[in-house]
Design a protein around this ligand. Structure first.
Ligand code: CA
Length: 439
């Protein structure tokens, strides 16, 4: 593997922080510095950076004179209740803020030598904060970028023709609903919908009996694009602020009945959960890998979806897992059970290709827009990112440690998604958790 591109001193694995919980933290060491929006008590929402088990209050650091020059100008964009102003300013501003925050949090750095323990006043324990949706998401688009997911689902619904002929040419997606995107930890109310179990009987209306999750990766748009403009695939990542984890809750029985001919609708738009921390593209630089290797015989991407940089480092070596804890497991103090573990490298289309394709007809993208990848499923049963696939449409139930079984989600079930990046010679960084409980 070649040396990673775009790595700088903020990625140095030797960096240590004066924040006690930061060094060796599985998710939030000083090399990560993801951004989020948090609230305490009745205070207005604020921009924070995750460091160890704490949150750095960016505006407080600015007011304390700890972020100056370029970093100070970028931090001025963090006086908002959303990340949108910082996102809109593009990758240079995010990078300048990252450099300033890295220097501020560094053990033995100028700020630490100057202010010492007084810097701790800039921190708040994460356990005392309520994490919110990090951006004002104007538009939400959901793709279908895992060829394994598309093939598995297709084979259940169309055994003779699992993968439709457009799949390897065009990144398939649909417009989702931004208004029902909720923060991690929000309760998910089981939706009702129209379903038909018997092809010879009329449909009925009632609570879904096939409630599912979908493990996905979300890309937040940074700098936008104007209506009528396109985005070159080689430039597309400069329009992406960062990534987080998305749970695209899905009512499979509703979906089966409603999805033709116009695609997903009420089976999907009752709730979508996002993880609170946005890991910037810069933080991910050490973990970039080549795009998915297309098998021999697959078409090459059309020129507007193809560029050397996309082929060479369009992928992200991001490991993702799903855990489930039933109400009974919780009552009996049994830890959540891993349901699947997979990799974002299994995706057929890269983030850059999704962005370039979205703008290829002149559709404008705006700061804070969320583009989700589609279910991240790999080639093995243990890497399937939704219950529809994991239990093969309910025919292979999962056994829980309590003796309970699951085909789809029951009331009281909590779904927990996690993601992290590891590479020899670099600090591990993580995405934190994306949680939701069915009520
Ligand atoms: Ca989805």
């Amino acid at each position: 593997m070649s040396a990673p591109h775009d790595v700088n001193e903020t990625h140095d694995p030797a960096l240590a922080s004066w924040v006690p919980s930061a060094d060796g933290h599985p998710d939030f060491p000083i090399q990560n510095l993801p951004l989020g929006i948090y609230r305490t008590g009745g205070e207005p929402p604020r921009v924070g950076v995750a460091i160890g088990d704490e949150i750095l209050d960016v505006a407080a650091a600015l007011d304390g004179g700890h972020l100056t020059g370029h970093a100070g100008r970028a931090a001025e964009l963090c006086r908002d209740e959303m990340l949108n102003p910082l996102m809109a300013a593009g990758p240079a501003a995010a990078s300048e803020l990252r450099a300033g925050v890295s220097a501020l949090l560094r053990r033995g750095g100028d700020a630490h030598r100057r202010s010492g323990d007084a810097l701790a006043e800039l921190l708040l324990p994460q356990r005392e904060a309520e994490m919110l949706v990090p951006a004002l998401i104007g538009d939400y688009t959901d793709f279908y970028a895992s060829v394994h997911h598309a093939t598995n689902v297709g084979s259940m619904f169309r055994p003779d023709n699992p993968l439709l002929p457009n799949y390897k040419w065009v990144p398939i997606g649909y417009h989702g609903r931004a208004s029902s995107i909720v923060a991690s930890g929000s309760a998910i109310r089981r939706p009702s919908g129209q379903t038909r179990d018997d092809a010879n009987a009329p449909p009925g209306m009632g609570p879904t009996r096939r409630l599912d999750y979908e493990l996905e990766v979300g890309a937040y748009i940074g700098r936008g694009s104007a209506l009528g403009e396109t985005i070159a695939v080689s430039e597309a990542e400069r329009h992406v602020f960062g990534l987080s984890i998305v749970n695209d809750w899905s009512a499979r029985d509703v979906q089966t009945w409603e999805y033709q001919p116009l695609g997903p609708f009420l089976a999907k738009n009752f709730a979508t959960t996002v993880s609170p921390w946005v890991v910037t593209m810069e933080a991910l630089a050490p973990f970039r890998v080549p795009a998915f290797a297309r098998p021999a015989g697959d078409p090459e991407p059309l020129p507007y979806l193809d560029a050397p940089a996309v082929r060479e480092r369009g992928g992200v070596d991001l490991t993702l897992e799903v855990l489930l804890q039933s109400a009974r497991m919780r009552a009996e103090d049994i830890a959540p059970m891993r349901v699947s573990i997979g990799s974002f490298t299994a995706m057929y289309w890269t983030v850059a290709q999704l962005v370039a394709h979205h703008a290829s007809n002149g559709c404008n993208l705006r700061p804070g827009d969320l583009l989700a990848s589609g279910t991240v499923s790999g080639p093995t049963p243990g890497s399937r990112g939704c219950l529809l696939e994991r239990t093969w449409r309910g025919t292979e139930p999962l056994a829980l440690p309590t003796g309970e079984t699951r085909t789809f989600l029951e009331d009281g079930d909590e779904v927990i998604m996690r993601g992290w990046c590891e590479r020899a010679g670099f600090a591990r960084i993580g995405f934190g958790e994306c949680r939701g409980t069915i009520v």
